[in-house]
Design a binder for this molecule. Structure first.
Ligand code: GDP
Length: 426
């Protein structure tokens, strides 16, 4: 059977920790979308790691870690991550890479940078990892699948054609150095060496694993708000962040995804531009940012300070629904212990109309938060393992949000470690 771990919000909800925790009982962990533009932070016995490409199961020796066909595969980043974890004492993980995964090419990263430069103040706040140019090429059918590395003649030919087209833009739009197909070819040959031992038919492997009764985790990146269809377009990412896309991006039957665990953080945070209705500013924001996550709310990939705000029930209810949530994991609750009272955004006011339905982007830009304020619990809740042992106001906070979002909170994370978790019956 398959479980998916996905985000309800803007990413950074703590999916890495939940995946790492669930991976203790899983056989296979699959990344099915996105690229090295976002990261998961994981704290375990080996130390603290920021993973961008490797699935969060790489720290166990009983799991197989898979890069599915839906991923934007950055081969040098993957190699660097493998080297990094193994140099810190983690045993070499079992990794498989889909022969249909496409590669982030060196020019995708350049185009991402050049386009952000060109846009200046109108930019999307890209992490400049090449993700948007990568997916543009994928859907324009000019991308490169990993299996193409093994067919030298056709690869050479295709690179020549690609450079011809790219060079027109480089010369006339961006005024930057031109690409040379032969240099690219040589680089790709070094990439081939890096991935050759891992490349296989992943969907066939997963099909067989399912027949054998193996447990598979699909690990999502970012969250519902960043989905190109259902999120805050155009301030979204370029591949679907939804559990449903897991079937496509891993190559598994949709009906096998039995559990969809949607992760949502006890307050909000976001990176990059875009509407953020319950955003906080000034000292209040600075304090939450400093105390947030595990060592502050700063991007795992970029180190950028994250925007922070109060919990948004409108966005989260929608975010959970669009994921097809069966279980909610409510994370980073321990951080809120310093507050006397905690505002929660329960509705949006759009031009005087109050709504709890998440609107399209134009209306979202106009939305003002409607808050209800709950009393804080004013104590440390890390270390607590039973729901009944949480302070009453803390339980009330959880139950209030559960009621507003309409999906059962069955896991509560009260610290970054694997064991900092409280399970709750549905
Ligand atoms: P992801 O991309 O969804 O995996 O989220 P990130 O890894 O970017 O952000 C989550 C951050 O919060 C990481 O630094 C985690 O170690 C940390 N974290 C996860 N769960 C908890 C929790 O319950 N409490 C605290 N204090 N930190 C947590």
């Amino acid at each position: 059977m398959i479980k998916a771990v996905v985000g309800a919000n803007w990413g950074d909800e703590g999916k890495g920790k939940i995946t790492d925790m669930l991976a203790q009982k899983a056989d296979i962990i699959v990344r099915f979308q996105g690229g090295a533009n976002a990261g998961h932070t994981i704290v375990n016995n080996y130390g603290k790691f920021a993973l961008h490409t490797l699935p969060s199961g790489v720290f166990y020796d009983h799991t197989t870690s898979i890069i599915g066909n839906g991923v934007a595969l950055n081969i040098p980043v993957l190699k660097k991550e493998v080297d990094d974890i193994t140099s810190k004492g983690v045993p070499m993980p079992k990794i498989l890479i889909s022969d249909r995964a496409q590669m982030v090419m060196p020019y995708h990263i350049l185009f991402d940078q050049y386009e952000e430069e060109r846009l200046g103040g109108r930019s999307f706040g890209s992490t400049k990892s090449g993700i948007a140019p990568f997916y543009s090429d994928k859907y324009a059918k000019t991308g490169f699948q990993v299996n193409e590395l093994f067919h030298e003649e056709t690869l050479r030919e295709k690179l020549k054609n690609t450079c011809e087209v790219k060079n027109v833009l480089l010369e006339h739009l961006y005024h930057k150095p031109l690409l040379d197909p032969e240099t690219l070819f040589e680089e790709l040959m070094t990439w081939r060496e890096m991935v050759a031992p891992f490349v296989c038919d992943v969907s066939a492997y997963l099909w067989k694993a399912l027949k054998e009764g193996k447990e598979i985790l699909l690990e999502g990146q970012l969250g519902s708000m960043k989905d190109p269809d259902h999120g805050i377009y155009p301030m979204v990412t370029s591949s679907s962040t939804l559990a449903g896309y897991g079937a496509v991006g891993a190559g598994v039957p949709p009906y096998e995804i039995k559990e969809i665990i949607t992760v949502t953080k006890a307050y909000s945070s976001a990176v990059g531009a875009g509407a953020f209705v319950s955003e906080l500013f000034g000292d209040e924001a600075e304090e939450l940012r400093r105390r947030g996550g595990d060592g502050g709310e700063y991007g795992a990939t970029t180190g950028r300070p994250r925007r922070v705000g109060w919990y948004d029930c409108v966005a989260s209810r929608y975010g959970c629904r669009i994921q097809g949530t069966t279980d909610v994991a409510f994370t980073v609750l321990d951080v809120l212990g310093y507050l006397d009272e905690i505002p929660v955004c329960v509705a949006y006011d759009i031009d005087g109309e109050i709504t709890t339905e998440f609107p399209t982007t134009g209306l979202l830009e106009k939305a003002r938060p409607v808050y209800e304020t709950l009393p804080g619990w004013k104590c440390e809740i890390r270390g607590i393992r039973k729901y009944e042992d949480l302070p009453e106001n803390c339980r009330k906070y959880i139950e209030f949000i559960e009621e507003k979002i309409g999906f059962p909170i069955t896991m509560i994370s009260n610290g970054p470690g694997r064991d900092d978790i409280i399970y709750r019956e549905k």
